[in-house]
Design a binder for this molecule. Sequence first.
Ligand SMILES: [Ca+2]
Length: 189
Amino acid sequence: MERLKTIGIWILIVVCCGGFMFGLFLLPSINIVKERKVYLSDLKPTYYVVGYGQLKVYTEDSEEVLAMYVGDEERKSFEHGFFAHAYSTIVFDDLKSYHLTKFSTYFGVNETARNNGNTSMEFMIYFDDKKVYQSEVIRGDFNSEKIDLEIKDSINRITLVIDCLEGNGNDHGVWADPLIFYSANKELK
Ligand SMILES: [Ca+2]
């Protein structure tokens, strides 16, 4: 009886060790998908045009920040994003291999044109050639809003457009905290 017990314990030890070794063997082949994210303002645009001055790009290294009003007249500052005076277009291409899953951004009027009566813009977002977001007419008293877009199909290009409508006076358009999320196992930079 004692002998049978000892044999049983040894069988148990061998089975456990075998399972552990098999697990170690399988481990390198398991590809753990990790969601990554990057600010569009940390990437180099493929193409851009702005209606006045220069495209201002804000990163965590910038000395200045963007600022807009959100919610109940609350001033909110943003370290990341673009000041893109309308009419403006900013294009990011060659994204397909990164398997984009989501895009989010705040948009609105920089505080430099807050409550300015001339300001009038429309904000649009395109995935490849398809328009996926169209704002109403945005004026100087607009409080910034956040857009969250799921990306189900594999896309290669994101285009941010700010139309100046009837004129571009004081069209201080902002894309703030523009973040793309992706699942490829390589860094987008
Ligand atoms: Ca305008």
